[in-house]
Structures are given as structure tokens and as C-alpha cells.
Unconditional design. Structure first.
Length: 294
């Protein structure tokens, strides 16, 4: 199986910067196997207490895409990263997306990483799953980063047009050296060979409908007040899929939450914002000894 251009580019960057990249294939409690990737900067190898980031990716992507900008920022700060293909995603994973099984995704990833806890960062769908995990298993979450996570999924024609136009923004186009043509996101059947999605056999709903129902079932606005870990919310001011209003509503429920809104960013361009990436890094590093909570 041919390695995608962006993964090959990142592997070369890692080698040049002394980052060890280890692929891990592990069994999921819900069935199938998931791909995990451990990224360890040179100094973290010998550190007695490295800053460990567990990352949960967004809808329709995988363990790497589109997070290379964030990973580079975190690795440059000597953070260790474990990222994985969420259920139903990834070219080399064999899992299927099942709303009833997602509760075990993060515990299984932590076990595969060999960690008892981590700074947990989730993007979009991943942010919803991360927030739910922070409530269910608070002792495993040092800090929580929620990136562009909607309370409910409703993609209108207007939202789709605004997001599509943002692909011509300087922030997005600056990523071409790292991604090449692979920078274009998967939409509908487009680029599904690179970013496949898998549903349970016999599932009558579409992928988008399963994601919509999954996020709705988590009832994030009811869960948010129960989060005890230090939490950062990162949203784009022009995001019409996960609106800043949704983010502010979740953040308002947590007296200890921090808020970062990136001017001009849409859902598709936020992952590439240097300031957003720096905010996520700085938040994790500002809580190196965050107490475990029960």
C-alpha cells in the first residue's frame, strides 16, 4: 500500500528533527484493529515526565490528516504524541464506526500507548468523544483540549459554500508543501481511497447521519458542566459547522475553562492556524503536573 504524500513528508521531517515514529496496530474492544502512531521527540525519550498528548481526529480524516501543523508545534516543544485512527477511519485500520462502541476508543488508545493518563486533545467529532471520556474517566485526563466541536451537526448549503471558499485562503494554501494534492479534504466519494469510512454491516444510515446521531446522543451541553479537568476550547470565528456560539455555550458551563477564538478561520482552516496550534501547546505545557481527578 502506497504511503500518502503527506505521511511520507512528515516521516522525512521527523527524521530530520530527531522524532521517533512508531506504528502500533492494536485490537479494539468493539472489533477490528486500529492503527496508532507514537511520535516521540529525542528529549522526551530520556525525560522522567514527558508531556503526553493523546489526539483524537475529526470527521472523515485519520490519525495524521490534517494535523501536521499541530503535531510539529507540539513535537518542537518536546511533547510526546499518540494519535490513532478513530473507529471506521483509516486506510490500514479495520474498525467500523458504531456509536455504541465509541466509549471504548480512548481507553483502548491509552492502553495501546502504555499510558495511564494524558493531555487529551480532540478535533470536531474527536472533541465530542474526548469531552465524553473526560466525564466518564476523569483520572485519565490531565487537561482537555476541544477543537471546533459542534453541539449538533447541521451542514447547510451556505455553510458548505463558505467552507469550500476558505480552501483558497492563504492559511490553507500555505500547507501545500506538506500535503501536495493530498491537502484537499475528502468530500462525499471524493478521495475516499485515501480517507475511507466504514460503517457496521447493515447500517442503513449514511456516514454523516451516523456522525450526526452520535454527537447528538452525547448531549455535550449536559456533559460539559461535569468536566473537572482544565479545559481549553479552540474555535474559528468563521466556522459554520462548529459555530463559536456552540463553543462559548460549552465553555460557559465550565468555570475553569479557557477560550481561544481564531479570527477568520473556518472549520477547514482552523487546524492550520499557527496561533491556534500555539494555544493548544501552551495550554498543555502550562499544566505539567495537572492533578488526577476522581
Amino acid at each position: 500500500m502506497t504511503t500518502p504524500y503527506h505521511e511520507a513528508r512528515f516521516a522525512r521531517w521527523s527524521a530530520a528533527h530527531g522524532v521517533v515514529q512508531e506504528d502500533v496496530s492494536y485490537a479494539r474492544a468493539s472489533g477490528g484493529r486500529a492503527r496508532g502512531i507514537r511520535l516521540v521527540p529525542a528529549k522526551a525519550v530520556t525525560s522522567a515526565s514527558p508531556t503526553r498528548i493523546l489526539f483524537v481526529h475529526s470527521t472523515g480524516s485519520d490519525a495524521f490528516y490534517p494535523q501536521l501543523a499541530l503535531f510539529k508545534v507540539l513535537l518542537a516543544a518536546e511533547c510526546e504524541i499518540f494519535t490513532f485512527d478513530f473507529d471506521g477511519h483509516g486506510r490500514t485500520s479495520s474498525t467500523a464506526l458504531d456509536a455504541h462502541a465509541t466509549a471504548t476508543a480512548i481507553p483502548d488508545a491509552l492502553h495501546a500507548a502504555g499510558w495511564s493518563d494524558a493531555h487529551l486533545v480532540g478535533s470536531s467529532l474527536g472533541g465530542a468523544v474526548a469531552l465524553a471520556h473526560a466525564v466518564a474517566s476523569p483520572s485519565t485526563v490531565r487537561t482537555l483540549g476541544v477543537i471546533a466541536t459542534p453541539i449538533r451537526v447541521s451542514v447547510t448549503v451556505r455553510a458548505a459554500v463558505i467552507e469550500a471558499l476558505s480552501l483558497f485562503s492563504p492559511t490553507f494554501l500555505a500547507q501545500w508543501p506538506d500535503y501536495g494534492l493530498g491537502l484537499l479534504p475528502a468530500l462525499g466519494p471524493f478521495r475516499r481511497a485515501t480517507f475511507p469510512v466504514r460503517l457496521r454491516h447493515g447500517e442503513p444510515r449514511t456516514y454523516l447521519a451516523v456522525v450526526r446521531d452520535l454527537i447528538a446522543s452525547l448531549k455535550l451541553d449536559e456533559l460539559a458542566p461535569r468536566v473537572t479537568a482544565p479545559t481549553l476550547f479552540v474555535y474559528g470565528s468563521k466556522d459554520h459547522i462548529a459555530s463559536p456560539a456552540d463553543g462559548r455555550r460549552l465553555a460557559a458551563a465550565l468555570p475553569h475553562a479557557r477560550w481561544h477564538e481564531e479570527p477568520g478561520c473556518t472549520h477547514l482552516t482552523l487546524p492550520y492556524s499557527p496561533r491556534a496550534c500555539a494555544a493548544i501547546r501552551d495550554f498543555a505545557l502550562s499544566h505539567p503536573e495537572a492533578a488526577q481527578r476522581t
